[in-house]
Design a binder for this molecule. Structure first.
Ligand code: TPP
Ligand code: SF4
Ligand code: MG
Length: 314
C-alpha cells in the first residue's frame, strides 16, 4: 500500500491541504506551484511559450493539483509533463490520447490536457486522433506543430511542406502534407482552433476557449523548432515580416464546409476557432448507461452483481 507522506514527501503538503481544508478556503495554484524542472528545450524553441501559457491558464482558472492532469506521448514537445509540477504521464509515442481517454472517462472531475507534436498526433498517433475525435471524449489536446520530427533530429513529418529537405528526404519532401484542421473536421472533432506560439495572448485565449468546450477540443499551435526548421513560421509572425490574420468575424464556426474552406487558404492561413459544435460526449453517453445499470443493481453487493452476470452467461 502506498503511503503518500513516506513515498511522495514532496506531494504530501498538497495532499494534506486538499484533505483538511474546505474547497472555499483553499488557495488556487500559482505558477510557482505548478512549474517543475527547468525545461530542457533548445534556447528559442517555440515550446517554451506554450508551457508558460499553460501555467498562466492554470493560474487564471484558479484550480488545484488534483483537478488537472497533463498527458503527453513522445517527442520534444511531449516532454511537457516533466516540466509541470502536477499529475501527469509521459506516455508511449502516439498513444497519449488512448491513455487520456481512459483517464477522462473514469475521472469526470478532472480536466485532462494532452500536449504533443505533429509526428505524435498525425503519424504514429493518427489513428488514435481520428477515434478520439469521433468519440468526442472531453479533453483538450494541444498539438505543438513544428512541421518536423525535432527529438529525433530532423525527419520529414506529416505536416512538413512539399520540398522540405530532411534526413529522410534529402531531395525534398514529395508526400502531400496533412492539413490538421481539415483532418479534424472530417474525423468529427467538435472544437478546432489554430494559433501560434509567437502570439501569447492568442494562445491563452484559445486554451481558455478549449478548456470551456464540453467535448474533444484541439488546438494546432505552430511552435517553431529553431534547431531543425528555423524560420518555418516567419510568414505568420509580424515581427519577422509575416502576417497574423484572425478568423473573420462573419465565419460560421458551426459550418463544417466553411471550416474546411477556411483551412484551405494558403499557409499560414487564419488563426482562431475554425470549428465548434455541441455534440454529446462519450463521457455523458457512457455515464448515462452506467447510471442506468447502477440503478438496476441498487442494493446488491459487488459479488452479487458478478454472480448475476455469470448466471446470465450460463
Ligand atoms: C514506437 C516509436 N517509434 C518511433 C520512435 C522515435 N521517435 C521519437 S519522437 C519521434 C517523432 C517526434 O516528432 P513530433 O511528434 O513532431 O515531436 P517534436 O519532437 O517535433 O516535438 C519519433 C519518430 C519512438 N520513440 N517510438
Ligand atoms: S530540437 Fe527543435 S523542437 Fe526540439 S527542443 Fe530543440 S528547438 Fe525545440
Ligand atoms: Mg514535430
Amino acid at each position: 500500500m502506498i503511503n503518500i507522506a513516506n513515498d511522495f514527501p514532496a506531494r504530501a503538503g498538497n495532499l494534506t491541504a486538499a484533505t483538511t481544508l474546505p474547497d472555499s478556503d483553499r488557495k488556487p495554484l500559482t505558477k510557482k506551484e505548478i512549474a517543475a524542472d527547468h525545461p530542457t528545450w533548445c534556447p528559442g524553441c517555440g515550446d517554451f511559450s506554450v508551457l508558460a501559457l499553460y501555467f498562466k491558464l492554470i493560474e487564471k482558472r484558479a484550480t488545484w493539483h488534483e483537478k488537472v492532469a497533463t498527458i503527453a506521448g513522445i517527442g520534444c514537445s511531449s516532454r511537457f509533463p516533466y516540466f509541470v509540477q502536477g499529475h501527469g504521464v509521459h506516455f508511449i509515442h502516439g498513444r497519449a490520447l488512448p491513455f487520456a481517454t481512459g483517464l477522462a472517462l473514469s475521472r469526470p472531475d478532472l480536466h485532462v490536457f494532452v500536449f504533443g507534436g505533429d509526428g505524435d498526433a498525425f503519424s504514429i498517433g493518427g489513428n488514435h486522433l481520428t477515434h478520439t475525435a469521433r468519440k468526442n471524449v472531453r479533453m483538450t489536446y494541444v498539438i505543438m506543430d513544428n512541421q518536423v520530427y525535432g527529438l529525433t533530429k530532423k525527419q520529414t513529418s506529416p505536416t512538413s511542406p512539399l520540398g522540405f529537405k530532411s534526413k529522410t528526404d534529402a531531395w525534398g519532401a514529395v508526400d502531400y502534407p496533412i492539413n490538421p484542421v481539415k483532418q479534424l473536421v472530417a474525423a468529427g472533432a467538435t472544437f478546432i482552433a489554430r494559433t501560434t506560439s509567437t502570439n501569447p495572448k492568442h494562445v491563452l485565449a484559445m486554451m481558455e476557449a478549449a478548456m470551456d468546450h464540453d467535448g474533444f477540443s484541439v488546438i494546432q499551435c505552430l511552435s517553431e523548432c529553431v534547431e531543425f526548421y528555423e524560420g518555418a513560421f516567419d510568414s505568420a509572425n509580424p515581427r519577422k515580416g509575416g502576417a497574423f490574420n484572425e478568423v473573420p468575424e462573419d465565419h460560421d464556426v458551426t459550418d463544417d464546409v466553411a471550416a474546411y474552406k477556411l483551412a484551405s487558404e494558403p499557409f499560414p492561413g487564419k488563426f482562431g476557432i475554425h470549428y465548434q459544435v455541441e455534440r454529446a460526449t462519450k463521457n455523458k453517453l457512457e455515464g448515462d448507461i452506467i447510471a442506468k445499470y447502477q440503478e438496476k443493481v441498487k442494493g446488491l453487493e459487488p459479488w452479487q452483481i458478478l454472480q448475476k452476470n455469470f448466471d446470465r452467461m450460463k
